[in-house]
Design a protein around this ligand. Structure first.
Ligand code: UN1
Length: 480
């Protein structure tokens, strides 16, 4: 059994989580510990006790540790990418890409550990100076989703450590493999003081709940569903813990009449269907101006049908399986509901039986949909995209913003004026011009508005807003 990592030791648990390969459900990726609340509390105590020793480390020593972890992830990217593809179902090339991103994140935050500083200002009072400095928040609880099993943990763990916090990391039940592999790298090459980094695999109802409710956990960073996010927010607000939430999206990609048709189609295919559409940044609503609408739908239908759905580990697979039976059921029920509501299924939306038994679904493209339908209001989290026809640019912009979410948005156009207007008036936290709504850099802020996100941004140097607390110190110089 792959064990939990608490206070620098590997510890088993009473229960076991069998990690299945969604491309071949006969294949058991491994057996992983299923910890509980008592184990989570041990990890929280260890993380809390470790803070004092951790604070004696120089920024350079922290930077070196993160750099070593990043180097090892990059050196192992083929092995880790294969593990990721096997446990989550993301196509192999994309999986290796995700691992590379995780390694780069650690190396970026290695630099941040040294680079970040404070401010020194004159006071408004005579003889007084003011220092604004940043300190670690303390113990950070990290709760991550299954769809980016190594990149999201990396972009939460690396800044937490860079800025001097200790960590209790609880990965999603569906993907313990990458979490465990990451923990074993931290154990082998990190050289961190005992208790600074802890991994507790186990259910959200026990491990997640213990993290969220413990008075010793100073901050919670969470990526996952809106429902869980709201519950975390309520708990943290009541006990005064810091929290950061990344939740759903219903991201619009606007295609204007003047767009380069082929670029628009490849942008939409990537944004809607890569990673099997299982990204909170996926382009699930394709809002298309009427002059290009019919040509766009026709080319999208062809391009969608041409996608190769298959075993995530096969090199020619473009779209891997859905990650789980529960997710597949959700995707299929949205597809059925959209059909019943009168949307036109242009391509896909069918279960596939391949050589290996898995959760295969052909990417679904719907046209003739309205923005007020559930398929356009709620996040499906699968390879399902809809086309909504717009009368003109203003109408397209209004449709794009008409959603409770606000994570990412995109526009395909050759007009600088329209692109500039859209960047300014989109109500999303991230805006892409002639690029998919999904797929972001690691050195700039990531996050949304409205129902998509809460709290300071993740990634880049903006991450310090969440992972540090600001202190303002005043000094009156005497005796000079
Ligand atoms: C990306 O689109 O590159 O869970 C990243 C998610 C996001 C990450 C998306 N938090 O899908």
């Amino acid at each position: 059994m792959h064990e939990n990592y608490i206070n620098g030791e590997w510890v088993g648990a009473g229960e076991v989580n069998r990690n299945l390969n969604p491309s071949d459900t006969r294949d058991v990726v491994g057996e992983y510990a299923r910890g509980d609340d008592a184990q989570a509390r041990q990890a929280i105590d260890a993380a809390s006790d470790a803070l004092e020793t951790w604070a004696t480390w120089t920024s350079e020593a922290r930077a070196d540790a993160l750099d070593r972890i990043g180097d090892r992830i990059l050196a192992d990217k083929e092995r880790l990418g294969e593990l990721l593809a096997r446990e989550e179902g993301k196509a192999l090339a994309e999986s290796i890409g995700e691992v590379t991103r995780a390694g780069r994140v650690f190396k970026f935050f290695a630099g941040e550990a040294i680079r970040f500083g404070g401010e020194f200002l004159p006071s408004v009072r005579p003889g007084v100076s003011v220092e604004v400095s940043r300190e670690p928040v303390g113990v950070v609880g990290i709760i991550t989703p299954w769809n980016f099993p190594i990149a999201i943990p990396a972009w939460k763990i690396a800044p937490a450590l860079a800025y001097g916090n200790s960590v209790v990391f609880k990965p999603a039940d569906l993907v313990p493999g990458c979490a465990w592999a990451l923990a074993s790298i931290v154990d082998e090459v990190g050289g961190l003081p005992k208790g600074v980094f802890n991994l507790v695999m186990g259910p959200g109802s026990k491990v997640g709940n213990a993290l969220v409710t413990s008075p010793k956990v100073d901050a919670i960073t969470f990526t996952g569903s809106s429902d869980t996010g709201r519950r975390i927010a309520a708990e943290c607000a009541v006990r005064g813990a810091k929290f950061q939430l990344e939740m759903g999206g219903k991201n619009p990609l606007v295609v204007l009449d003047d767009a380069d048709l082929e670029l628009a189609v490849s942008t939409a295919i990537n944004g809607a269907f890569f990673s099997t559409g299982q990204r909170c940044t996926s382009s699930s609503r394709l809002i298309v101006e009427k002059g290009i609408h019919d040509r766009f739908v026709e080319r999208m239908r062809e391009a969608t049908q041409a996608l190769t759905v298959g075993n995530a580990l096969h090199p020619d697979t473009q779209i891997g399986p859905v990650a789980s039976q529960a997710q597949l059921d959700q995707d299929l029920s949205y597809i059925e509901a959209a059909k019943r509501a009168g949307c036109r299924l242009e391509a896909g939306g069918e279960r596939l039986s391949l050589e290996t038994p898995g959760y295969y679904l052909t990417p679904a493209l719907f046209s003739q949909t309205r923005n007020d339908m559930p398929i356009n209001r709620e996040e499906v989290f699968g390879p399902v995209a809809t086309v909504i026809e717009a009368d003109d640019y203003e109408h397209a912009l209004a449709l794009a913003n008409d959603t409770v979410y606000g994570l990412s948005s995109g526009i395909c156009t050759q007009s600088l004026a329209r692109a500039t207007h859209f960047k300014r008036h989109s109500s999303a936290g991230m805006v892409m011009v002639n690029l998919p709504t999904a797929g972001v850099d690691y050195h700039v802020p990531f996050g949304g508005r409205k129902g998509s996100s809460h709290g300071p941004r993740e990634q880049g140097s903006y991450a310090k807003e969440f992972f540090t607390n600001v202190k303002t110190s005043y000094t009156l110089a005497q005796g000079v």
